[in-house]
Design a protein around this ligand. Structure first.
Ligand code: IMP
Length: 431
């Protein structure tokens, strides 16, 4: 038995979906433990494209059970839509292979209204949220007025809870010159939808406990990335959940000693969507080229991602924050054709050299990256499946990354296709 956590080591969009899908072949259970439908995973399986936001990527595997843990915020209407769309693509989804935690909090339409209004009315720099209500839902959770999925099955209580919640938010909506929202309609819709979702719902810790006792392999699938973590990221330009590995325990219901291996997913360059500091951002030709070749457009919002060179300072910090055991290096093929490739090895800040990301927003914005340049490679590495077949410069690049971030690269992805992966070590057989 082995439990593996997968997390993003940058600002999300590292290509986690493909790696989770690939590893889920060995997993009996795949678990999402934070975030919501702000995440976007594109899976390419036998040239068929699957787009997932809320459902764990293991859902496209025939014999894998997937769990949406208590740490996830669920828009139940979106969930239903995503299930229906996958079913249309001939993916079988039933309470036999999809389980939803009974204590996961809901994202309600009012959360989306608030998320979007706040962004539109903000005078200072916008966060650039996905507008899906993630932040407001998590706020209600810690404000102890949130609605959990288990609340949906008690009709009278649901209406009472919603009335309290909507009453709270209507004060702010009125102050913003907006209309009050009445919870009656949503209460009825939620009740109806609850009846459809009910068979899928059970305590997530209990299910995990069962799998632990059966010596199963469990894969914990993180969303977003380390520097979008609400505690450890580029605050306030972050999401509203913890995205680092420790959250797997909290957001699913198990302790830290049950985690055997943490795999950090790392893109061979850096991207970020939305606002906020990005020391290695390249607004020139190289950044444009990375964006075009890497097809760097958000799966959820379609927004163009900001692009730049690999930042080893960030990834080294992510390795420490999540005790990462191994790195899966993705999109290495996007660097095909670059004559020179740069790697950020440190920052200059007010005349001093530092090798970590400072917490202060102002300092983060003033960082000047220090680069080391290595030679690019000729030809294409798309589809290569063995490390020995890679050009020498690509191997040098990988070794340099390992040296700088202090962690071995154990997987290399050379195209979006499931099978185009160089496999060096299996995280599930790490003991
Ligand atoms: P929110 O999670 O919608 O509140 O957005 C907060 C920030 O996180 C914004 O900059 C988003 O662009 C970013 N973000 C949220 N989810 C993802 C993701 O899955 N990939 C990359 N960025 C994300």
């Amino acid at each position: 038995m082995s439990n593996v956590v997968i997390i993003g080591t940058q600002w999300g969009d590292e290509g986690k979906g493909k790696i989770v899908d690939w590893l889920s072949e060995k997993a009996h259970l795949v678990v999402r433990f934070q975030g919501g439908h702000n995440a976007g995973h594109t899976l390419v399986v036998d040239k068929k494209i699957f787009k997932l936001s809320l459902l764990p990527s293991g859902i496209v595997r025939k014999n894998t059970i997937v769990l949406i843990g208590n740490g996830v915020v669920i828009d139940p209407f979106h969930l239903k839509k995503e299930i229906d769309e996958l079913k249309k693509q001939n993916i079988k989804i039933s309470p036999k292979n999809l389980i939803i935690s009974d204590s996961a909090f809901l994202i309600l339409p009012i959360h989306q209204v608030i998320d979007q209004l706040r962004e539109n009315k903000k005078n200072t720099e916008k966060i650039g949220t996905t507008g899906r209500g993630i932040g407001p839902s998590y706020e209600d959770k810690v404000g102890r007025r949130g609605i959990r999925i288990c609340d949906v099955f008690d009709k009278d209580n649901l209406f009472l809870k919603l009335s309290e919640l909507y009453g709270f938010h209507n004060i702010w909506l009125r102050a913003m010159g907006e209309k009050n929202i009445n919870p009656k309609e949503i209460s009825e819709k939620l009740w109806d939808l609850g009846q459809i979702l009910k068979p899928y719902v059970q305590p997530s810790w209990l299910l995990i406990d069962k799998y632990k006792k059966n010596s199963s392999n469990i894969l914990f699938e993180g969303a977003q990335g380390t520097f979008l973590d609400v505690d450890h990221g580029t605050y306030p330009f972050v999401t509203s959940s913890n995205t680092i590995a420790s959250q797997a325990g909290i957001g699913a219901g198990l302790g830290p000693t049950d985690i055997d291996y943490t795999l950090g997913i790392t893109k061979a360059y850096t991207t970020r969507v939305g606002s906020g500091p990005f020391p290695t951002e390249d607004k020139g030709d190289n950044g444009i080229s990375l964006g075009k070749k890497g097809n760097e457009f958000g799966t959820v919002t379609g927004r163009q991602r900001r692009c730049g060179w690999f930042d080893s300072v960030l990834v080294k910090q992510a390795v420490s924050l999540s005790s990462i055991n191994g790195i899966a290096l993705t999109k290495l093929d996007v660097l095909d054709g670059f004559k020179e490739i740069k790697i950020c090895t440190g920052y200059s800040l007010d005349g001093n050299i530092i090798n970590y990301l400072p917490s202060s927003e102002k300092q983060q914005k003033n960082l000047i990256p220090i680069y080391e340049t290595i030679k690019g490679w000729e030809g294409s590495i798309v589809g290569i499946k063995s490390i020995n077949e890679l050009p020498k410069s690509a191997i040098i690049y990988i070794r340099k990354i390992e040296e700088l971030v202090g962690c071995p690269v154990i997987l290399v992805s050379t195209s979006p296709e499931r099978s185009d992966t160089i496999y060096i070590k299996d995280p599930f057989s790490s003991n």
